[in-house]
Design a protein around this ligand. Sequence first.
Ligand code: ADP
Ligand code: MG
Length: 320
Amino acid sequence: MGEFELIRRYFASAPCAAPAPGVALGIGDDCALLQLSPGEQLAVSTDSLVAGVHFPDSCDPALLGQRALACAASDLAAMGAAPLGFTLALSLPEADEAWLQGFARGLNEMAGHCGLRLIGGDTTRGPLNINITVFGRVPAGQALLRSGARPGELLCVGGWLGEAAAALPCVLGQLPVDDEAARTLCASYWTPRPQLALGQALRGLAGAAQDISDGLLADATHIARASGVALEIDLEQLPLSPALLACLPLEEARQCALAGGDDYRLLFTLAPEHLQPLREQGFEIRPLGRVRAGQGVSLLDGEGRPLPLPAGGYEHFART
Ligand code: ADP
Ligand code: MG
């Protein structure tokens, strides 16, 4: 199977590459063409997943396909952008049909879930490497930025934290996946659900927003710095799921929520009066702290006293 047969069979003819509104021209020419309406801006973000760095060398290709697209799409959610399309640059050691079938199946599933169309890409031989660029649309000037947090707002997260980090020993094959709670954690790692609807609902309401990929504390630092504010996080308000607490003692569960990565949940600031109306729309929003004047991120105990910060957050090329 040559390069073009591979592209046609697994990608160009896939359901996620079918025509869609907003995609004026898809796979097959030198560029794809996206159609924006007047007054819209194009949101663009790219993510690479490298075997052995971002996922284990041997893993289920269908789960990998889902996870690769979900991680990339989460950045659209974080900007409040509506999904349009994505490109896929794939480097593969060999054209293994079983692998390609599984990968394409997972990719299609997540593309359907996110409402994203595959509009192009590149296919080469080399070490396994997946690069996905996502495109979304957002009304001009309404994208959610990291820089808009204001003192007096709540610091909130869209759902549970720490499950994906707690799943790592299972994902790496160091621990068996032998009960329902462990399966829930693994699902959080392999099939995160980009919070695209929440991101769009937060337009015009959230002060600042981003998605949590490197860990709550590390990512909160970005909002604090970009907004020029202090963020306080209440240890006792960390959203720890029943599955997480079933698998780990409280201290370790908190550590996963604070410093583990791979949550792909939105972290955002919100004036208190917006909380209830959003919850009534069905969004699972958990306040875990507040914005104050000042700088930096602090962690508070039940009496509001500052606690030492655990080390954490994943940084490539960090000095050790
Ligand atoms: P070019 O030579 O212009 O880079 P290619 O020959 O690499 O184009 O690709 C042919 C067409 O197939 C292009 O429209 C490209 O976007 C698309 N394509 C290549 N690889 C993939 C892929 N993995 N997934 C989706 N589309 C792809
Ligand atoms: Mg090419």
